[in-house]
Design a protein around this ligand. Structure first.
Ligand SMILES: Nc1ncnc2c1ncn2[C@@H]1O[C@H](COP(=O)(O)OP(=O)(O)OP(=O)(O)O)[C@@H](O)[C@H]1O
Length: 227
């Protein structure tokens, strides 16, 4: 059997520990994502979704517990090793696209590949292929400001998948879109995810979207439960 895409064990996290304003956010989170699995993370506002996604994506460290990505334990690894794993194995999507405004859609998807050592021609080919899959190949040469909100988010999905990660982490990826656009853009994301076979953990307040994923997990009072 292939390695689990993501495994979290006993994750705890507090902000301002030991101080009067301490916030204990995570109190023992366990989670396993198999390759190809798409899981919804549903939680009330402030429950710690972003904190959990940042820890899973190696942007933050837990106070206790272990994070494994592709079977490799990241506990105590050097910053360099964590950065390399994040770059190669993890793709992020946020509520707002965070595309680089001075570059075209295509360049926004090419740049992370160049940073990872991919040759320009191969990077452009992959970027065009990804844009084609989300239905906006004709927008390749547009800058983000010349794209609609839904198109910007589609480009952000392509950028997240540019380096063929094994894990996608998304924080309210359609939260900034109107309901109809959100629905279409979510469908495009699911198609892309299914097509590439990567595992995805997708935080959403939208219960209809959550119901379209393989599993739903609820984060409340610092722990995960199945809904
Ligand atoms: N750097 C920080 N310092 C102190 N407290 C923080 C910090 N970051 C987050 N928190 C607190 O930790 C809790 C969880 O925050 P987090 O951003 O993970 O929640 P969330 O579930 O993503 O919220 P939302 O759905 O509203 O975006 C919140 O109570 C927040 O105020």
């Amino acid at each position: 059997m292939s390695e689990q895409a993501l495994r979290l064990e006993g994750i705890t996290k507090a902000y301002n520990p030991g101080k009067p304003n301490e916030v204990q956010v995570l109190r023992g989170v366990d989670l396993t994502l198999a390759p190809g699995e798409v899981v919804a993370l549903v939680a009330p506002s402030g429950a710690g979704k972003s904190t959990l996604l940042h820890i899973a994506g190696l942007l933050d460290t837990p106070d206790a517990g272990t994070v494994q990505i592709g079977g490799a334990d990241m506990t105590g690894q050097s910053d360099r090793r964590r950065t390399l794993t994040r770059r190669n194995d993890v793709g992020f999507v946020y509520q707002f696209h965070h595309l680089l405004p001075e570059f075209t859609a295509l360049e926004n998807i090419v740049l992370p590949q160049l940073a990872n050592g991919t040759a320009r021609r191969a990077a452009e080919e992959r970027a065009r292929g990804l844009l084609d899959k989300v239905g906006i190949a004709v927008r390749a040469d547009h800058r983000p400001a010349a794209l609609s909100g839904g198109e910007q988010q589609r480009v952000a999905f392509c950028r997240a998948l540019a380096n063929a990660p094994r894990l996608l982490l998304a924080d309210e990826p359609t939260g900034n879109l109107d309901p109809a656009t959100s629905d279409q853009v979510f469908a495009a994301l699911m198609e892309l995810v299914r097509d590439t076979g990567l595992a995805a953990l997708i935080a959403t307040h939208n219960l209809d979207l959550a119901a379209r994923m393989d599993r739903q997990l609820r984060l409340e009072t610092g722990r995960l439960s199945t809904t």
